[in-house]
Design a binder for this molecule. Structure first.
Ligand code: ADP
Ligand code: MG
Length: 589
């Protein structure tokens, strides 16, 4: 890398002096790499005018120059955690150094801002022998005239100072970095320990689950916050590499209910579990909350499009004979959308479903005795989730964690019942069994037999076209929407997409997959698995649409990328039926 850099900081200073006062396009002259002594500054893309998207730059530095200890880059997870730690420091320092220097975004240095999670990102990448920070800079101008002197200040003075403050470790910094890495390693170890203990989730004692507000993912603070404590009968102890044994609630495989009065913390617990697929930073409060990495939050999502999804395990015999083994609609109902969300999650390999009554379709979840009597079975297409949840576990090995405040019929199908009482968790399993025996619901179980294997679908490449007119157009909007060609993908119901940079990555990943893995032969799952295998080896940089990656992507899970493809309204698929002998209609006559 370094060998190819022949120009220095003085050369950059000279060029900037020379183009001072000229028209903005003359900035193009500074593209290239410059040796700054302790690091290389690469100017990868120069913006066309002061109001355009800012220029893209990289700092390339040797770990030894940063005083980065060897252990910090010794494993992939450590590299991710170290990169996250460095990026947060860089972001803080860039914010403190911010100075406007002219029109538009002149003088601004910005960098991707991580939230509460530790995610692989393109903004900072730690390799064993090289660290890169990718950031954005608004090159200074007055109107459209280059402010060369301000540019010299910004690039030749501020940037080196930023590097010095944020990227070069002082003796006291090592402890903080160590803690950051340790917290990530502990979470990974806990998540890995789940399976061997027969668990699908773990909530450590002392965890702070509630968040500051609906728009802030930071922990709620104050005297009224109740830290989590596991009831003895559901408590387990798991080993961590850095904290030793930690005690907490172990949620076993099977069917688990979270019950309790309104406003007693049920949804808060479930939301924390949904986020437990990610690692959290020290101080977040959820550092000891981990969930099976394949857990998918499921909800009703009426209005979404569905493309040939087999929802027949839940819904069949719709009016006008709509085929529910290959169900398509441009506007799903609450129940059909929830059924499709489950089947799509299973198709991609989910082993745990997280469902909150608050965001479910009632008729999908339950049909009580009276409704069974009033509307005869042959007039009701829906087999409610309550009649499938056991088969889902027995036949497909898929566990469910359900928040249930109203539908007591669910007590009949639960293995474990956690009661939230004023934010304190209790084991109500035995009591629930008693109650279920004492108050029979009279409900007729509508068990339609085994839960069939889920057919795989092959996306047709022509249906994934990112072009609008002659140009490729993919743009992410927050965590809720992606513009993809002429389509808008609505992701507002995809709750485990938690970072705008993940959403950007989803767009980039879909584009990368088209023509490569989405080839009309691979199933959606095969295509995603092939992509993730590649990213595992080569990093997220791979999907960057630019030759030198921009620092604005964060890694989403396979499930969320799949969810976005499934919500693309133009998507068309071919269904790969289950193998012979696994007839999905096996249980109908
Ligand atoms: P439920 O789903 O049982 O109706 P929520 O989970 O929505 O209740 O929680 C209700 C309110 O209580 C929320 O504002 C939440 O932030 C707050 N809350 C949740 N858990 C705690 C806790 N451990 N300590 C303090 N407040 C909490
Ligand atoms: Mg709730």
């Amino acid at each position: 890398m370094r060998a190819t850099v022949t120009r220095t900081r003085d050369d950059l200073r000279q060029i900037l002096g020379r183009i001072d006062g000229r028209g903005y396009p003359a900035y193009k002259d500074i593209a290239g790499s410059y040796d700054f002594g302790s690091f290389v500054l690469a100017i990868d893309h120069v913006q066309g005018d002061p109001f355009a998207a800012p220029s893209r730059l990289r700092i390339i530095m040797a770990p030894a120059r940063m005083q980065l200890p060897d252990w910090a880059a010794a494993t992939p997870l450590r590299r991710t955690a170290t990169a996250d730690w460095l990026l947060r420091r860089f972001h803080r320092a860039a914010g403190a150094a911010a100075a406007r220097r002219g029109s538009g975004k002149s003088g601004l240095i910005t960098v991707d801002r991580p939230g509460q999670e530790i995610l692989p990102r393109t903004a900072c990448v730690v390799h064993p022998h090289r660290v890169e920070v990718r950031f954005f800079a608004g090159l200074p101008a007055a109107g459209r005239r280059i402010l060369g002197r301000q540019a010299i200040e910004m690039l030749c003075q501020d940037v080196p100072r930023l590097v010095e403050t944020a990227l070069v470790l002082k003796p006291g910094d090592h402890r903080d970095l160590e803690r950051h890495v340790a917290v990530a390693e502990d979470q990974a170890a806990l998540r890995e320990a789940l399976a061997e203990h027969g668990l699908v989730a773990f909530v450590g004692d002392g965890a702070i689950l509630p968040r500051e507000s609906g728009v802030s993912d930071r922990p709620l603070r104050g005297p009224r916050v109740i830290p989590f404590t596991a009831p003895d009968s559901l408590a387990v102890e798991l080993d961590t590499p850095h904290r030793g044994k930690v005690r907490g609630l172990g949620i076993p495989r099977g069917v688990t209910l979270i019950v309790g009065g309104g406003y007693h913390g049920k949804s808060t617990l479930l939301r924390a579990l949904a986020r437990g697929v990610y690692d959290h930073i020290p101080g977040d409060g959820r550092e000891l909350v981990v969930t099976d990495p394949t857990a998918v939050k499921i909800r009703a999502e009426d209005g979404r499009r569905i493309e040939q999804v087999d929802i027949s395990p839940f819904i069949r015999n719709l009016p006008f004979d709509a085929d529910t083994r290959r169900f398509s609609t441009d506007e799903a109902s609450g129940s059909t959308s929830q059924a499709a969300n489950i089947m799509e999650a299973l198709e991609l390999g989910a082993r745990v479903l997280l469902i909150d009554e608050d965001t479910s379709a009632t008729n999908f979840m339950i049909r009580d005795r009276r409704m069974q009597a009033l509307v005869s079975k042959d007039r009701e297409p829906i087999t409610p989730f309550i009649d499938r949840v056991r088969a889902l576990f027995r036949d497909r090995g898929v566990s469910s964690i359900l928040v249930v405040g109203g539908a007591g019929d669910y007590l009949d199908v639960a293995d474990t019942v956690i009661r939230m009482d004023a934010y304190r968790a209790q084991d109500a399993t035995a009591e629930a069994r008693e109650v279920a025996a004492r108050f029979p619901t009279g409900r007729i179980a509508e068990d339609p037999g085994p839960f069939p294997p889920v057919p795989q679908r092959v996306p047709l490449p022509a249906s994934l076209d990112p072009r609008r007119g002659a140009k490729v157009k993919i743009r992410a909007h927050g965590t809720d929407e992606i513009t993809f060609g002429v389509e808008e993908i609505d992701l507002s119901a995809v709750e485990q997409l938690v970072d705008p940079s993940q959403t950007r990555a989803v767009g980039a990943m879909i584009r990368y997959m088209t023509g490569r893995y989405l080839d009309g032969r691979r199933t959606l799952r095969e295509a995603l698995e092939a992509l993730y295998a590649e990213l595992d080896e080569h990093g997220l940089d791979r999907v960057s649409p630019f030759p030198t990656p921009a620092g604005d992507l964060a890694l989403p899970r396979l499930f969320e990328v799949g969810a976005a493809i499934n919500r693309l309204r133009s998507l068309r698929v071919e269904v790969r039926g289950p193998a012979v002998g696994e007839d999905s209609r096996g249980h109908t006559s």
